[in-house]
Design a protein around this ligand. Sequence first.
Ligand SMILES: Nc1ncnc2c1ncn2[C@@H]1O[C@H](COP(=O)(O)OP(=O)(O)OP(=O)(O)O)[C@@H](O)[C@H]1O
Ligand SMILES: [Mg+2]
Length: 320
Amino acid sequence: MATTGGAAGRGGAARVATSDPGRGAGRGGDAETIVEVRNLSKTYRDFWGRSKKVALKPLDLKIQRGEIFGLLGPNGSGKTTTMKLLLGLIFPSSGDAFIFGREASDVSKNERIGYLPEESYLYKFLDAEETLDFYGRLFDMSPAQRKQRADALIEMVGLGRDKKRQLREYSKGMTRRIGVAQALINDPELVLLDEPTSGLDPIGTREMKDLIIDLKKRGKTVIMSSHLLADVEDVCDRIAVLHQGELKELGRVEDMLRVTDVTQIRAKGLPPQATEEIRAVLRRHGIEDAEIGNPMTTLEDLFLEVVRDTEARPGRRARQ
Ligand SMILES: Nc1ncnc2c1ncn2[C@@H]1O[C@H](COP(=O)(O)OP(=O)(O)OP(=O)(O)O)[C@@H](O)[C@H]1O
Ligand SMILES: [Mg+2]
């Protein structure tokens, strides 16, 4: 790998955007708007109606069909509040939210939405199949449809081996998976996932991220929240960064992360001679401090490699 250049500079991100017409989605002006939020805010009040906590300051946002949109921010920044406002579970203090062009308070729109809350509220004494059957009934699905959909979803979230176990025996990661399957039971067009990777190990996290990308391939729109930056970076098309209830940054992940004034060349099997020639070329162009070396893998990739290797060759000892 060769990396040349000077000070890193980020490209493209719109800083402190108060509105984003969806241009960032790269789908042109005719893309279908699934979520539109105007001046939306939320102040939680106490029993006496006194202002208790400003959880979301006026927010303007548009999300287009087929996007994976990330809500990013530290604890208490307003991610869950935003999701609940979109679902009509809580009322805004100001502004409007429209989903599929309908007001968020119109709960009939929720038939087309799947929701994974941050805390699981599933019945502990049901197993995976019974859980999905129960939620299938809420959506007026026939027994045959429910069975077929439940089987497919259980496989999709990797709970095939544990589908007959009661949820009270499930680990945190397994509970998260059945939660996702439940959120998808009605084959929703829009999926809201509040911290989908919380409690998952790196393999579970990778699988969840792949699952989210797969939802996009099936034409779904996904809104997910996280405070784990790597999760968001890998899957989201656009993100909104919230801090203390305020929108701080909005844009395409690619544009936000690209360092525009550094050039990177990656090559396999580069002989030392070629490296020297590259250095000479760079020097001719006045670049003396080029970094040429081997790239680092991520700890996530390393972990996945170790686990897969162990599964393929059980009993192998640690590499030194
Ligand atoms: N029912 C409530 N009553 C009063 N304040 C609330 C209520 N729900 C949330 N808040 C406050 O609103 C702010 C935003 O909370 P929210 O749950 O939206 O944050 P979050 O970004 O989802 O955080 P986390 O990453 O911890 O899940 C926090 O300060 C929180 O204490
Ligand atoms: Mg939250």
